[in-house]
Write a protein that binds this ligand. Sequence first.
Ligand code: UN1
Length: 497
Amino acid sequence: MSDSNIHKNFINGAWVESKSGKTYENRNPANTDELVGVFQKSNADDVKMAIDAASEAYKKWRLVPAPKRGEILYRVAQRTLAEKESTSRDMTREMGKIIKETRGDVQEAIDMTFYMAGEGRRLYGMTTPSEMPNKFNMTIRQPLGVCAFITPWNFPMAIPAWKMMPALICGNTVVIKPATDTPLSVVNLVRICAEEGIPPGVVNMVTGAGSALGDPLIKNPAVRVVSFTGSTAVGRKVSEACASTFKHACLEMGGKNVQIVMDDAKLELAVDGALWGAFGTTGQRCTATSRVICHKDILDKFTAALAERVKKLKVGNGLDESVEMGPVVNQQQVDTILEYIEIGKKEGGKLLTGGERLTGGAYDKGYFIQPTIFGGVTQDMRIWKEEIFGPVLGIGSFSTLDEAIAMANDTPYGLSASIFTQDVNRAYTAMRDVYTGIFYVNAPTIGAETHLPFGGTKETGNGHREASEAALDVFSEWKSVYVDFSGSLQRPQIDNQ
Ligand code: UN1
């Protein structure tokens, strides 16, 4: 095996082997014969070294002027742009999504990096009058210290950048643990950061299993912010682990996103929306459309048109530019998704297309599942309620907008929703009453842009938002500053009654 295929941890500006002496292999989910790379199977000692390095580096990094931090991020963004094609190809090889989408993932990281670089010259606080004479009031943002990131495999570079760039511009330092399935994209991002001038210790990376590294990361008292994207079950544990030491926890968790199709919708557009929303990224987005509810008068027409398109989707290796849907990420996902398909059948869902693992020829080497649609999905079914995280869409129906909104809200999650309609009154009513963090009109449930808040209500999140200016609130704390230049003691609420 060539040395270039063995990847190390990145701690205090150096690439180092794990103290465990162990490594693990990462294979291409479209062809498991292909080894993508060998990565460190890290342990608690590695995590401690990374946190110590980040704590030490914080002392200086917090004092670097924010516009200077921004200049480094500009260079990181430019370099990521220059390496977009090679890092996108690495990403398709490590997690399977098609090359057009991995280019989008890297672009999202670039967008976030440019955006936060610009924040270096803003990071606005406010000035506001004092209630006392000869006194000045203002607010400033201050960093918190070491931030720990636990990131998922479905957006291997975008989500790490969503967390890293706002943290860095605010003056924090970082320890990131990428998903076991997608360390290479984070190796690429961290390498670019280092090569473009992020000082040693400011960004550190430790690869390996969440089960081994989660606790040492979250329980270390030097860590002040934990940002996690993943399942609601794991997010709950992260939240509980952070609670006793009052660490700030920013959690982005599950979704069961819905597309509403009204009887006045442009049918072709609604079909395009559902196709992209449900089967883009092989359905493995937190924002994926996993429920479509359609007005009963156009249900048959919509369903037939969508099924027709889904049957024609070309499934295969995402590096082939003509492929429209890649594999799912690993065997465990295959098992979960196939189990949900069985549950759907047993519950009385009508399997309209798909439903099987793809086999034969090149399919035998990878984790390919047919794009699948169930019709007749009702609110009592598990495939209506539970996040599947795969290429499985359930279709239900309704008669009135009120009913559609109630159905949309009938989920423990609240990430994203959309409505297809030509009627502005219906669009605005649904926008107001569907309780999610993201809402689309005449567009699918996926496709958030980096300068708007990203996150969800209910069991999707814990009140924080990623991306946009809102991300700065996760990675900084307000300090209210009062400067009294009166020369005498002035007591608010007392001397001015
Ligand atoms: C995710 O699914 O975890 O809005 C992130 C979108 C993408 C990000 C998705 N920009 O679909």
